[in-house]
Each structure stands twice: as structure tokens, then as C-alpha cells.
Ligand binder design. Structure first.
Ligand code: GAL
Length: 421
């Protein structure tokens, strides 16, 4: 009897050993390196570091290489990634925006692995919103794992400063133009701005206010020309807004533009809600008291969204370690460790809101009820080709302030890059 039992246990043991390689990478004892590539360096790092700490707890034998290239919205990281991917040296997993930045670039070039198997294994089709899965998928597969939802059209300010200056947060750009000269007269910059990509970022919020959500969407389906009357008007409004920004913008990082608001050198800043992460996680300000926010002027009820995601490049040196990484960042535990520090909300529909601060709670409520539109500056609506060309159009506009010419150039690059095709 006893011998039979021992034999049975031995057989079970052998069966486990045989089956082991077939089970999910996340469940196995992993070792070796894992190189994660992103632009979440320095002040942008704490949320990623929390996720890495969780990974290390699950897989203590894996040596995680946190490869970052600093520069907001990935301005520098994307160029480095391109060199590595084209040179046949992909990292194990890399940050990429859901939408055209992923599909129109790496998926189109057939450089990514299909992650449908992981979505099936983890039951993710049930917990990620259908619209989001569509953005990271094609008819041939699902190409990345979303880690968050960020909001682009947010205007940040410090309540105590507004009180001191006797002003209120502007609901519209007209409201802003009413208070901006008064602020200027006090030596306060009405709206702080940083380097070129933050001008693109501001542009999309101004254009959304000027065009409204239907026309904004129509730009990306090719139904509305960039040089239509509405398109030109958006550039004109943007030019007017720029008159109330700081002259040294091109030399500042987005954090430095946020610092101007915190220090009272500027009244407002339009930035994505990674600024909420920076203000609460790094600056230790309390949401609603130390800092406050509203929809960027003229965009209440509209949620301009973007999502960071991570993919698995073909030829990833440590594929199993990367799959375990992706499994973690798509999990509820991973997502709820990352997002409260990042300023974003979870991309999952079952996140534990008790873990989030008041800013994130309000963002989650808005995401549930607002009209959702995609961000240009952060990869949702247009491919990389358009984005790069748009940065040049912006450069030109910042110098010339010629709305007609910018609208015309934007239309040309839309045609060139197949926008709406
Ligand atoms: C965005 C990204 C955010 C944040 C921001 C500033 O493109 O989606 O997560 O990192 O850039 O760098």
C-alpha cells in the first residue's frame, strides 16, 4: 500500500516535470535578464519602479534592466528604439502608445508578436474595454498590453495662488483671455509651456475646444480637411493662446513648466494627467487642496485619452521573462500598483478605486461618462510619420504664427502619411 502510494507520487512528480514547460511563463521559475525599455526616467519613474518591485517579488532570479531614455512623450526614446529595432537588437519589452503609434509602425513592419494567446490565458478580453482592445489589435492579432488610461486635456493650477490673484479657473478660452492680461500685468505667466512636444499637446486641447469632438474625429477619418475653415480657426485660436505663454518654453521639460505653476510663476498649465502623478507622488501635494484641475478650457465633458502599453518584439532575447512581465502589467494587482503613482487610471474595468486618490477618482468618473476622443500628441490618432511631420509644422508655426500656412502644411502631411485612408 505504502509502496503503491510512493510510486503514484513519483509518477505525479514526473508528470509535473514533463508538463512544466507547457505552462505559462509567469508560473515557472524564471532566470536571466529582462530588459524593459521606456521613457519613464527620473521623476517619471516611481510607478514603473513599483511594477518592477512586484515583478522581482514574483521572479527573484530575474535581473531586471530598467532601460530608460529621458524625454517627455518619448521624444528621444522612440528614436533610440527605432535604431535598436532596425538594428536587430530589440529590448525584451517596450513602451508604446496604444493606437496608430503601435499599429501604424511596429505592427505594420511585422516586428511584434501576436499576444492573443496571453489575452486568452489571462481572460483580458473580459476586463479591458472593447474599444481599447480594438486600438491595440488588428484582424491578425492583439499586439500590446495596456497598462493605463491617461487624460490629455487637463488644465492644472494651485488653488491658493488663484485665490491670491483673485481669479478662477477658466471654463473657456474666452474666460482665459479675460484674465490673462491681468495676470501678465502682475508679472505672472498666464499659461506655462515647455518644449516642442508640449506645444503639440496644447494644440490638441485647443483644437478640440475649437472644433468640438465630431470635427476632431473627422480630421482622423479624413472627412475634415486640416485646411478647412474649421482647421484654420483652430490654429488661429492656438496662436492667440500662445501669446500668453512663457518665452523660454523650448528649453523647458514638462516638469519645469509644471514647476512654474507650483511656484506661482505661472497660473495654469495644460498637460496630461501624468502631471497629477508628478504633483502628488513627487511634489507631495494633495489633490484638490495643494493642486487642482479642470478640463482644458472649452473641453468639459470631453475626455481626450491615450494609453501606454507594452509589447513583445519579435526576437526578444528573453521572451519568457517578457511574457511574465506583460502578464503582471495587465493584471489587476500590477495595474493597481502602477496607476495610483502615475496619475493615470487603470485600463481594466475591475480596478480597486479605493487605492486611488481624488484626482484619479474624478478621472475615472469622467472616463465613464464623457465623450471619448483620441490624442494626437500621444499616438492614438495618427501614425509616427504624421507625428514627426507635425512636429515640423509646429516648429514652423511657432516661428511664423501663420495659421493659414500651418493648416495647409498639416493637410499636406495628412495626405502624405495616409491619414483617413
Ligand atoms: C506620454 C506618456 C505618459 C507620460 C508622458 C510624459 O506620452 O503616455 O505616460 O510619460 O508622455 O512623458
Amino acid at each position: 500500500m505504502k509502496r503503491k502510494c510512493i510510486r503514484r507520487m513519483a509518477l505525479i512528480g514526473i508528470a509535473i516535470l514533463v508538463l512544466l514547460p507547457m505552462t505559462s511563463a509567469g508560473a515557472r521559475d524564471l532566470s536571466g535578464d529582462l530588459e524593459i525599455f521606456s521613457w519613464w526616467a527620473g521623476d517619471e519613474g516611481p510607478a514603473l519602479e513599483a511594477l518592477i518591485a512586484l515583478y522581482k517579488a514574483r521572479h527573484p532570479s530575474v535581473n531586471v534592466i530598467n532601460a530608460t531614455v529621458t524625454g517627455g512623450s518619448g521624444v528621444n526614446a522612440k528614436a533610440v528604439l527605432k535604431t535598436r529595432m532596425l538594428g536587430g537588437e530589440p529590448p525584451d519589452s517596450f513602451q508604446v502608445h496604444a493606437g496608430q503609434e503601435l499599429i501604424g509602425t511596429w505592427v505594420k513592419a511585422d516586428r511584434m508578436e501576436d499576444l492573443t494567446f496571453l489575452f486568452d490565458e489571462q481572460g483580458w478580453n473580459k476586463v479591458f474595454p472593447e474599444g481599447l482592445v480594438k486600438l491595440i489589435g488588428t484582424d491578425k492579432g492583439i499586439w500590446s498590453v495596456p497598462v493605463n488610461i491617461h487624460r490629455s486635456n487637463v488644465c492644472w493650477y494651485i488653488p491658493a495662488n488663484l485665490k491670491k490673484w483673485g481669479i478662477e479657473a477658466p471654463a473657456s478660452w474666452d474666460d482665459f483671455f479675460a484674465v490673462a492680461p491681468k495676470l501678465k500685468a502682475k508679472g505672472v505667466v498666464p499659461l506655462s509651456l515647455a518644449q516642442n512636444w508640449t506645444a503639440n499637446h496644447l494644440w490638441e486641447s485647443v483644437a478640440l475646444a475649437s472644433l468640438g469632438p465630431d470635427q476632431w474625429d473627422a480630421l482622423w477619418t479624413g472627412k475634415l480637411a486640416f485646411d478647412s475653415a474649421g482647421g484654420v480657426k483652430a490654429w488661429e485660436l492656438f496662436g492667440k493662446v500662445l501669446e500668453f505663454t512663457n518665452d523660454d518654453a523650448s528649453s523647458l521639460s514638462w516638469q519645469q513648466a509644471t514647476d512654474m505653476v507650483v511656484d506661482g510663476r505661472a497660473a495654469f498649465n495644460v498637460m496630461g494627467d501624468w502631471a497629477a502623478g508628478y504633483l502628488s507622488t513627487t511634489k507631495k501635494l494633495a489633490p484638490g487642496k495643494g493642486f487642482a484641475w479642470g478640463a482644458s478650457p472649452g473641453t468639459a465633458g470631453r475626455f481626450m485619452f491615450l494609453a501606454d502599453s507594452f509589447g513583445l518584439p519579435k526576437g526578444a532575447p528573453q521572451r519568457d521573462n517578457a511574457i511574465a512581465w506583460l502578464a503582471l502589467l495587465g493584471s489587476r494587482e500590477g495595474s493597481d500598483a502602477f496607476n495610483p503613482l502615475k496619475g493615470s487610471i487603470s485600463a481594466r474595468t475591475d480596478s480597486d478605486l479605493a487605492k486611488y486618490n481624488d484626482y484619479a477618482k474624478s478621472a475615472a468618473a469622467d472616463f465613464g461618462q464623457d465623450r471619448i476622443v483620441g490624442s494626437l500628441a500621444h499616438g492614438v490618432t495618427a501614425n509616427e510619420g504624421f507625428m514627426n511631420d507635425f512636429a515640423a509644422v509646429m516648429e514652423m508655426f511657432l516661428k511664423s504664427r501663420n495659421a493659414q500656412a500651418a493648416a495647409k502644411a498639416a493637410q499636406q502631411i495628412a495626405v502624405k502619411n495616409g491619414i483617413g485612408k
